[in-house]
Structures are given as C-alpha cells and as structure tokens.
Ligand binder design. Structure first.
Ligand SMILES: C[S@@+](CC[C@H](N)C(=O)[O-])C[C@H]1O[C@@H](n2cnc3c(N)ncnc32)[C@H](O)[C@@H]1O
Length: 224
C-alpha cells in the first residue's frame, strides 16, 4: 500500500528498534541541517552553560552533536579542546562543511560512533548533550549511555543535558521520546551524579512551534 506520509517525514521507527545511523542520515537528508526541528542558529543556552562550567582548555565533548554549530562556535570563542560525536555521518559532514576553511575547524575532533557502544580513548571535563538522551526510552539504552558517560567524564567534570520537558513533544523525527522534569532527569542520571543546576527553556523550531526543554547540570559523585 502506498505511504501517505509526506516525503519530508521519515517513517516512524518501532520503539523496540533503536534507530541506526542511516535512520538519522535520512532525517538530515530529507530536512536539511537547518530544517530539522532542533535547529538553532545560536545555541545560546549551551554556550552560556559551557562558559559557566569550563575553561578555554577544558576537554569538551558534544554528544550527539548532529549538524549543529555548537563546537564551531565554541572553537571561534577560544575553546581549544573540542570533540563532536554523532551516529549520523551525514550530520557530521554537514557540520564540518560549514566550518571548512575556518581556522577554528582544526580544534575539533569529529567522531562517527554510537554513544551506546563507543569506547572513549580519553576523558573529558565537560559532556554536553542537547536532545539526545530523551530518545533513550528503553532502560537498557539509558544504562549503556550512562556507562559511556561515566567512562568518558573526568572526576569532578560536568555533564550538561537537555531533554524535552513534561509538556514537550511526545515524539521527534518519528521516534518516541522520554520527557523529563528536572527531578526526573536528575533521577535518570542515577546515584553516580549529583545535580548542580537546572533550567527551563522554550525552543522555537524553524516552523515556529514552541518546544519546552529541561536542562540540567550535574557532576559525578564517585558512586556507581
Ligand atoms: C535531536 S538531534 C540533536 C542534535 C544536536 N545535539 C543539536 O542540539 O542540534 C539528535 C542527534 O543525536 C544523534 N544520535 C541519536 N542517537 C545517537 C547515538 N546512539 N549515538 C550518537 N548519536 C546519536 C542523531 O544522529 C542526532 O544528530
């Protein structure tokens, strides 16, 4: 039977099937880097929180960076040790192309990998994730993500997470999401992290829809 879904929308993934890199590649190919709902030309909240929790030489990783401009903007602002990781090669290529020829580009390491299975070869002082953790609707996926986070983050480091708030969308890019209030997000990080701050934000999508987000900053407690 022919699909009635508009060509601009990906087919919904089964909740039991974790979306692959090609699934995300297709999302970026269909909508374009600046047409995705999470697009922001100025990632101001991220930059403000990172400035508050990192020095220019803090190793910073943007987990699920997508095609966003965050690492490029941080590099231009003088941050020297930046990594962008994503499961979508298409997204990373779009982010790299935007920076092509810019001196700041050489300060960014690009990693094409799945956060749930990635084996970091070093540690970071700051882990930033905007709109990735909320796609992990299965406990096993969250456990795998947190294992990577614990391996990747330095003792005393900072994690910055942003997810949809309880009154945010239930789905994004054809995928179900988990929505969090600050207390729930802190709980989801488990006893290995202690929350140090929270913030609410209303994100405006390219088509003008308002999406409420919950932000949290946290630091490792040393417990697992
Ligand atoms: C909603 S987008 C957010 C992108 C970016 N953080 C931003 O705010 O512009 C979610 C991103 O997470 C990536 N992603 C999803 N699951 C992932 C995984 N298991 N490992 C790495 N990246 C993942 C997707 O490819 C996509 O780029």
């Amino acid at each position: 039977m022919p699909s009635t879904r508009p060509a601009s929308q990906p087919e919904p993934a089964s909740p039991e099937t974790r979306p692959s890199g090609p699934y995300w590649d297709a999302v970026y190919q269909r909508r374009g880097a600046s047409g995705v709902s999470w697009f922001q030309s100025e990632p101001q909240t991220s930059v403000d929180l990172i400035r508050a929790h990192a020095t220019p030489h803090t190793p910073i990783i943007d987990a699920g960076a997508g095609a966003g401009s965050l690492t490029g903007q941080l590099a231009a602002a003088g941050f020297t040790d930046l990594t962008a990781i994503d499961i979508s090669a298409t997204a990373l290529q779009a982010a790299r192309q935007r920076l092509a020829g810019h001196p700041a580009a050489s300060r960014i390491r690009w990693i094409h990998a799945d956060l749930l299975t990635w084996q970091p070869d070093r540690r970071y002082g700051l882990w930033h994730d905007r709109a990735v953790f909320h796609f992990l609707t299965e406990p096993a996926s969250r456990t795998a993500y947190l294992a990577t986070l614990h391996t990747a983050l330095q003792p005393g480091g900072t994690v910055i997470l942003a997810t949809f708030a309880p009154d945010g969308p239930t789905h994004c890019s054809g995928l179900p999401v988990a929505r969090y209030a600050p207390t729930g997000l802190a709980r989801a990080l488990g006893p290995g992290f202690s929350a140090t701050g929270t913030k609410s934000e209303q994100h405006t999508t390219p088509d003008g829809t308002i999406q409420p987000f919950t932000w949290i900053t946290a630091t490792p407690t040393g417990q697992s």
